[in-house]
Design a protein around this ligand. Structure first.
Ligand code: ZN
Ligand code: FE
Length: 255
C-alpha cells in the first residue's frame, strides 16, 4: 500500500509533510519549519513521529526539529555534508544512500545548488519525491551557495525520475512562478492552461503542491533549459544547457 502523505502548511508559505505507513504505524516528517502546526496535525491523527528527515539547513526547514524530537524521540536524519549546521543527526546521509523509512526504501539524492548539501528524498514505491527548495512547482530555489551549473545538474537528476512521480516541494510559490514562466515561454499551451489552474487553486486557497514531474517537464522553464524551443525563445540557440538555465535563473531573480 502506498504511503499516506499529509501536507502541513507552516509559517507564511512553507510546507512540511507527514509520511505515514498504516501497516506499521510509523510516521516520518519531511522538514520542520515550526513545531506547532505539525504537532497539532500529529495529535489530531493520533500519530507519533518515528523519523524527521531534513532537506537543508535553512531555518524555515529546521526550526521545529528540536521541539518535535523532544516530544517524540524521533530519529533525526540529514546530510553528512551539513551535519555542522543542522540539529544533531542520528543518521548522516550521502548521495546515493538508500534508507528504510516507514517500511519503504527512500533514495537520497544530493541536489546542491540552493545550498551545498541540500538533499532530496525519493520514495520509488510510492511515486513521491521530496525536493524542498531544489525543484519546485513551476520553479526552483534561488542559487545561494552552489553554482548555476551545480543547480542545473541537480535539477537534471530530478528530471530523470519517473515522470509520474509526485513532487513535494517546500513552498507555495507557484503563482509567482507561473507569472514568471509565461515571460520565458508565452506560447507554451500546457503552461498557459496550468497557469489558469494555479490561479483558480490559489483563489480558492488550495495548495498547488504536490505536482507531477510530467507537468513540470512540460511547463517548468527551469527544467526546460535544454529544449530548442526555449533556447530559441531566449535568443540562446547555441548556448549550453547550463548557461540557458543560468540566464533563466538570473531573470527570475530580477523579476
Ligand atoms: Zn531554503
Ligand atoms: Fe525554504
Amino acid at each position: 500500500m502506498p504511503l499516506e502523505i499529509i501536507t502541513v502548511p507552516c509559517l507564511k508559505d512553507n510546507y512540511a509533510y507527514l509520511v505515514h505507513d498504516a501497516a506499521s504505524g510509523r510516521t516520518a516528517l519531511v522538514d520542520a519549519p515550526e513545531a506547532g502546526p505539525i504537532a497539532a496535525e500529529l495529535a489530531r491523527r493520533g500519530w507519533r513521529l518515528s523519523d524527521i528527515l531534513i532537506t537543508h539547513h535553512h531555518g524555515d526547514h529546521i526550526d521545529g526539529v528540536e521541539a518535535l524530537r523532544a516530544s517524540s524521540g524521533a530519529r533525526v536524519i540529514g546530510a553528512a555534508a551539513d551535519a555542522h549546521r543542522l540539529p544533531p543527526l542520528d543518521l548522516e546521509l550521502h548521495d546515493g544512500d538508500e534508507i528504510g523509512i516507514c517500511g519503504e526504501t527512500a533514495h537520497v539524492l544530493d541536489v546542491s545548488g540552493h545550498t551545498v548539501g541540500h538533499v532530496a528524498f525519493h520514495f520509488p514505491a510510492s511515486g513521491a519525491a521530496f525536493t524542498a527548495d531544489s525543484l519546485m512547482a513551476l520553479g526552483c530555489g534561488r542559487v545561494f551557495e552552489g553554482t548555476m551549473a551545480q543547480m542545473w545538474h541537480s535539477l537534471s537528476r530530478l528530471a530523470a525520475l519517473p515522470p509520474e512521480t509526485r513532487i513535494f516541494s517546500g513552498h507555495e510559490y507557484t503563482l509567482a512562478n507561473a507569472n514568471f514562466a509565461v515571460t520565458i515561454e508565452p506560447e507554451n499551451a500546457a503552461l498557459i492552461s496550468r497557469k489558469k489552474a494555479v490561479e483558480q487553486d490559489r483563489a480558492a486557497d488550495r495548495p498547488t503542491v504536490p505536482s507531477l514531474l510530467s507537468e513540470e517537464l512540460a511547463t517548468n522553464p527551469f527544467l526546460r533549459a535544454s529544449r530548442p524551443e526555449v533556447k530559441d525563445a531566449m535568443g540562446m540557440r547555441d548556448a549550453r544547457d547550463s548557461e540557458v538555465f543560468a540566464e533563466i535563473r538570473r531573470r527570475k531573480d530580477r523579476f
